[in-house]
Design a protein around this ligand. Structure first.
Ligand code: AMP
Length: 371
């Protein structure tokens, strides 16, 4: 495909902070952006050319998006795959495609795909009833984590089972819906890799980030993570296998469990820009948002090397009220999402604390930064 020229109109399904930062990156490349989101005045809608306020499966809204936009993408994986199919079926250019979306929407389909392309995961079993769960507990052993197959995010819809007696309560806690039981990953730390694939099949991979979660929600990312060559090589191979296996176009986020000695398991994939890639805004010349726009628009992919070390911290709920102090920190770059109401746990902003990549006079070893 010929690169989409500046002046073209891009559509984004989803108007949250990811859509907002995608829209800002697209505007810098000369594109106009239209958002589809059911919530009026969405964070992305407020910085875009316009917003259609309608449900993601509203046929009229999808029809308008298809006609107005030269290309449509999405900012979160829970948009109905049928909507993407409707858009594509109507002749609209859509990226990433419906397969990537439907694969990531169902944890069993996702893990089956990952293992098929050699991106190993924890052992798992599909669970559709309490009997299934009992059998899965026997097969996988305990502790194990019961998760809903669909619609889970930020640790929601999950229950740990530590003793066989807890199985029934866990099944109830997640709402007795189609689920997956996962063996516990004995990881030493959580890493993630942000990667992109262009329309010509070119792949670009950012340095790994090291993530810390609190209460199932991402708290901080440190990047580039200090990793040995074996781990780095393995992560890049996983990214390539996943991107090629899905014939993917755009940016993807891949969450990894680091078991040590270069052994990585994939936790999950997000077919979109990712919270653990926010560090690239202040650590790389071309951040993940611009990279996604470049990839879907058929432009050459941008550079992914880090020019700084970044500590990204999410500001949830009332934590955003610290903005005056954060704005006064000399090395901190504040990214506010323009959300009016600071509900507990709501992602309101993030701050990137920018540090030199290498200490002065330090000798570089491996691919990671010198701490
Ligand atoms: P998820 O919603 O699948 O990303 O899970 C949220 C967090 O729960 C992860 O970042 C891990 O800290 C933890 N977690 C998820 N799955 C497992 C597992 N199979 N074993 C151990 N910890 C897990």
């Amino acid at each position: 495909m010929a690169p989409l020229p500046p002046g073209s109109t891009l559509g984004i399904l989803g108007g949250g902070q990811l859509g907002r930062m995608l829209s800002q990156a697209a505007a810098r490349l000369g594109f106009d952006v239209v958002i589809l989101d059911p919530e009026e005045n969405s964070p992305a809608g407020r910085v875009s050319r316009g917003q259609i306020v309608a449900a993601y499966d509203d046929p009229t809204a999808l029809n308008v998006m298809g006609r107005v936009c030269d290309l449509v993408t999405f900012e979160f994986e829970n948009v109905p795959a049928a909507s993407i199919e409707t858009l594509a079926g109507g002749g609209a250019l859509v990226a990433p495609g419906p397969t990537a979306l439907s694969t990531a929407q169902d944890r069993v389909v996702e893990k089956t795909f990952l293992n098929a392309v050699g991106a190993t995961t924890v052992d798992f079993a599909a669970v559709d009833s309490l009997d299934d769960l009992t059998a899965a507990v026997t097969r996988l052993g305990l502790p194990a984590l019961l998760k809903t197959r669909r619609d889970g995010y930020d640790g929601k819809g999950q229950a740990w089972i530590r003793t066989a007696k807890q199985a029934a309560a866990a099944w109830k806690a997640i709402g007795e819906v189609p689920a997956i039981l996962e063996a516990k990953a004995d990881f030493t730390r959580e890493l993630s890799i942000i990667a992109a694939r262009g329309r010509d099949g070119t792949i670009a991979v950012y340095p790994l980030g090291q993530n810390h979660h609190a209460g199932g929600v991402l708290a901080t990312t440190l990047a580039p993570a200090a990793v040995d060559t074996k781990t780095d090589t393995r992560a890049r191979a996983i990214a390539a296998a996943v991107l090629e296996g899905l014939d993917y176009v755009g940016v993807i986020g891949i969450e990894l469990f680091d078991l040590g000695h270069g052994t990585l398991l994939v936790n999950e994939i997000a077919p979109r820009v990712h919270n653990t890639g926010h560090w690239t805004q202040d650590g790389c010349v071309c951040d993940q948002f611009e990279q996604h726009i470049r990839a879907v628009a058929g432009w050459p992919l941008g550079p992914t090397t880090a020019h700084a070390r970044v500590e990204m911290t999410n500001l949830l709920g009332e934590a955003v009220n610290a903005w005056p102090a954060l704005a006064a920190e000399p090395d901190a770059r504040l990214h506010l999402y323009g959300k009016a109401e600071a509900r507990p746990g709501r992602k309101m902003a993030h701050v990137n604390r920018v540090k030199p990549l290498f200490s002065v006079g330090a000798k570089r070893t491996g691919r990671g930064p010198v701490s």
